[in-house]
Ligand binder design. Sequence first.
Ligand SMILES: O=C(O)C(=O)C[C@]1(C(=O)O)C=C[C@@H](O)C=C1
Length: 291
Amino acid sequence: MSSPTPSLDELRREIDEIDDKIHDLIMRRAQVVELVGIAKRPDNQIVRPGREATILRRLAARHTGPFPMQVLARLWREMIATFSRIQGPFAIAVYAPEDRRGFWDISRDHYGSSVPMTAVNTPAAAIRAVADGTATVGVVPMPEEDDHDPWWRYLMNQDPKTPRVVASLPFCGRGNARGDDRDALAIALIQHERTGDDRTLLGIELTEDRSRGRLKEALEAAGLATVSFRSWTGRESGGGPLHLVEVADYVDLQDKRLSAFAANMGDILLRTTPIGGYAVPLGSSSDPKKL
Ligand SMILES: O=C(O)C(=O)C[C@]1(C(=O)O)C=C[C@@H](O)C=C1
């Protein structure tokens, strides 16, 4: 004999029980995060974008049922940002001029509704806010082909006080964010972390220009698979031509592939600076688990 369908009251009682369990677990997670904050001292880098990406990927891999993964990820983003704030001061500077409110929306989706967030009118102002400690994280536009004053050139030095790219936004879909679908990058005074599925941004300065085809050849011969190129003549600054190349892996300054690339380029290469990178977002082309 099949069991009778539960009544509305019974189902609502079950929902109340589930809510209590979720609530208890969130309160417990907050206590554990306080301990994590203590365990992370003395280096105490509150924000760990690599760990955040790993948490969301793990949940995406086990997710089933009618509740959309994109919304689940949004709930976790709200929690993780708030848990970061429990550990210490945390503020965001977002490039979001009047006509670019989409950046504000994707930043709020990523860093939550409780973290102090300030809109700035230029990417350079977001970089300054991070460099001088006014903001923990800055949000700047994903580099475009026609940027006349690309912000990424300000990150092309090895001074430890220079912010690095640490995440790509949105990480879990745009939802109802306003704007023209333009993605953003988050910068902070930390190194980007290896997560197993990463991109690195290499700033490359040359003495004289070479085609992207030549650069791609020299990078790929060194074992670095290229994803995209952005270029800037450098004439305005009196320097050599600059390229920003996105490569499909985690790369740091000690990576032997950078020395191999330098050997392939010869004297024409002035310097290569990894300006940071990010964990590949959920649902992007290289991620088989679509949102
Ligand atoms: O794992 C950590 O380092 C934490 O601080 C915990 C936590 C989290 O809520 O899970 C919070 C902030 C970090 O950016 C990453 C993860």
